[in-house]
Design a protein around this ligand. Structure first.
Ligand code: FES
Length: 566
């Protein structure tokens, strides 16, 4: 390594000497000295955007990273990639995750650098950066932007976005005075950073740390905390060490590190979306996550963290309570301690430093967990032959063994047209079914959290069994069965259900079924209308033709590594 980074991967003019001379000349046009251009280059992949509130602090973080790289003798060069601001993208940020992953991968590979720092954090940006960097094969370290601080409404703490949904549900139920929902709106998201609860962004930050892909202790530091800037500086220093060692992120993704990540996911009461992202990350090194294996880990891992949406507290509390150091320390007997992180140390070496303080109101011990084992389960059955997922820790246990009448919504338009119809034939014991909201059908939006029909909400119904091939926000709460696979758009059996059918959920048996025979289902399949024509151009076409099912992370088939044992 050294001084030759600038002329790595030369532009192809058919004359390498000319290409090197031209690159040096153009680099000098930016005012760099020869001494600087001779240094190892650390790329900084940034994802700031005016359409991404969560990433508002990225410029400050980049400055701190640069400090670290410069101090360690390198040359930091930032470059942009696309940014996925969760609430600013239509139809849903999820469909663009693979596009961003491709952008990150190709820009890392195409530009001259010995290591790269990935700066992001909003729901889909974190996984997209990891997927891209793993496939690029260049040493990489992630720096997440960190979570938001909470706001206040009439003395009550507010954090995006569990409280967004809680107050919106109250508003729908006619339980908030006119204008009050506007006051809540003004105070839900009051700083830069990712959602303030254990939603997808924070879950993925914790899993990035569990996989060893960011600095130990960095996942939960709030976005506006000075420690976040210190982490950024230290990340720059670490990137220089990585440039020296040449350790690429794919080397850290093993069956053992994935097991650790799944265990952490369960212990923190993390987002269901993380299962999809983790499967996609695993696929980038040729590994798969068997949903039955997920169940086995879930059945031996309690929920330790009392954070919304499963508990009461917020990410700032999690950080102050001990953060990932405390969680990993508590899980120690259940973890694979030989896994290494970006610093080169094993988990066992890391855990030799015990946390100085753990706030047990936020992070419990395994002997007195916040929630028992089995909090996140994969369900199978004739409605989900390839699996589906239910976050039991964020659901009403009274509905775990339940049989009810299906109330079917054919698609998202049908759902929004009829869910609040006063004439909708729906009872509290019914099972709400949303069809055609999977990856190909609708981009797999976070629509699996079907609202309680307003006439039932007004009558005080708080939860119902709901099932779809969609996803759910990591910040939501409810008995919501998600990711039913195969999806309806490719003939998945969920698409054959009709209103009035009986659906049986058994969390104990890990099953979800419609009470129809195989023959009845097959007869319905034969009578189905032909599938909708696919989009004809652009990224939508690429997506429809190549996206895989949720059990394979909804990655593109051509981006996965061939299966391997590791
Ligand atoms: Fe960015 Fe929630 S909107 S993490």
């Amino acid at each position: 390594m050294s001084g030759r980074d600038l002329i790595k991967g030369l532009t192809n003019y058919g004359d390498p000497e000319f290409a090197a001379y031209l690159r040096r000349s153009f680099a000098k046009s930016m005012g760099y000295s020869k001494e600087m251009l001779d240094r190892p280059i650390v790329g900084i992949a940034t994802s700031a955007s005016g359409f991404n509130n969560c990433h508002r602090s990225v410029p400050d973080l980049v400055e701190a990273i640069k400090r670290g790289v410069l101090g360690a003798g390198g040359l930091p060069i930032e470059f942009p990639t696309i940014s996925l601001g969760e609430v600013f993208l239509s139809p849903t940020s999820f469909v663009f995750r693979n596009l961003m992953a491709m952008d990150v991968e190709e820009m890392i590979r195409a530009q001259p650098m010995s290591a790269v720092v990935l700066v992001g954090g909003c729901d889909k940006t974190g996984p997209a950066q990891l997927m891209g960097a793993i496939s690029a094969g260049v040493p990489a370290i992630q720096l997440v932007v960190g979570p938001m601080m909470t706001g206040r409404y009439r003395g009550e703490r507010l954090g995006a976005c569990t409280d967004c949904r809680r107050f919106w549900a109250r508003h729908r139920a006619g339980d908030m005075a006119d204008g009050e929902i506007g006051v809540v709106e003004d105070n839900l998201a009051v700083t830069s950073g990712t959602c303030a609860v254990m939603g997808t962004a924070s879950t993925m930050a914790c899993l990035s740390e569990a996989l060893g892909l960011c600095l130990p202790g960095s996942a939960a530091v709030p976005a506006v905390h000075a420690d976040r800037l210190r982490m950024a500086e230290a990340t720059g220093v670490e990137a220089m060490r990585l440039a020296e060692s040449g350790t690429a992120p794919g080397a850290l993704i093993t069956r053992a590190s994935l097991d650790n990540a799944i265990r952490v996911l369960v212990a923190i009461g993390g987002s269901t979306n993380a299962i999809i992202h983790l499967a996609a990350i695993a696929g980038r090194v040729g590994l798969t996550i068997d949903p039955r294996h997920l169940n086995a880990i879930s059945e031996s891992t309690p929920v330790l963290v009392n954070l919304k949406p499963t508990g009461e507290q917020y990410m700032e509390d999690f950080h102050a309570a001990g953060g990932m150091d405390a969680v990993l320390d508590e899980l120690r007997p259940l973890l694979h301690l030989g896994c290494r992180d970006v610093t080169g140390q094993t988990l066992e070496e890391r855990l030799q430093r015990r946390p100085a303080f753990v706030d047990r109101t936020v992070i419990r011990s395994t002997s007195e967990p916040f929630h028992g084992t089995g909090s996140l389960v994969a369900l199978f059955g004739n409605l989900a032959p390839n699996g589906s997922i239910l976050k039991c820790a964020a659901a009403d246990a009274r509905l775990f063994e339940h049989t009810g009448r299906a109330v079917v919504f054919k698609n998202l338009d049908d759902l929004s047209a009829r869910i609040d119809d006063p004439d909708l034939d729906v009872e509290p014991d019914d099972v709400l079914v949303l069809q055609h909201a999977g990856p190909i059908g609708a981009g797999m939006p976070e629509a699996g959290y079907l609202p309680i029909p307003s006439k039932l909400a007004r009558a005080g119904v708080k939860d119902m069994v709901r099932i779809s091939d969609a996803r759910m926000s990591g910040t939501a709460f409810g008995t919501v069965i998600l990711h039913a696979s195969p999806e309806c758009a490719i003939g998945g059996p969920l698409g054959l259900v009709r209103s009035g059918d009986r659906i049986r959920l058994s969390v104990k048996a890990r099953t979800v079924d419609v009470l129809l025979t195989d023959q009845e289902l097959e007869a319905r399949r034969q009578a189905e209308a032909p599938p909708k024509p696919q989009p004809v151009r652009g990224y939508a076409r690429l997506y429809a033709q190549h996206v895989l099912g949720p059990e394979l992370g909804c990655d593109f088939d051509f981006l996965r590594q061939p299966e391997q044992e590791k």
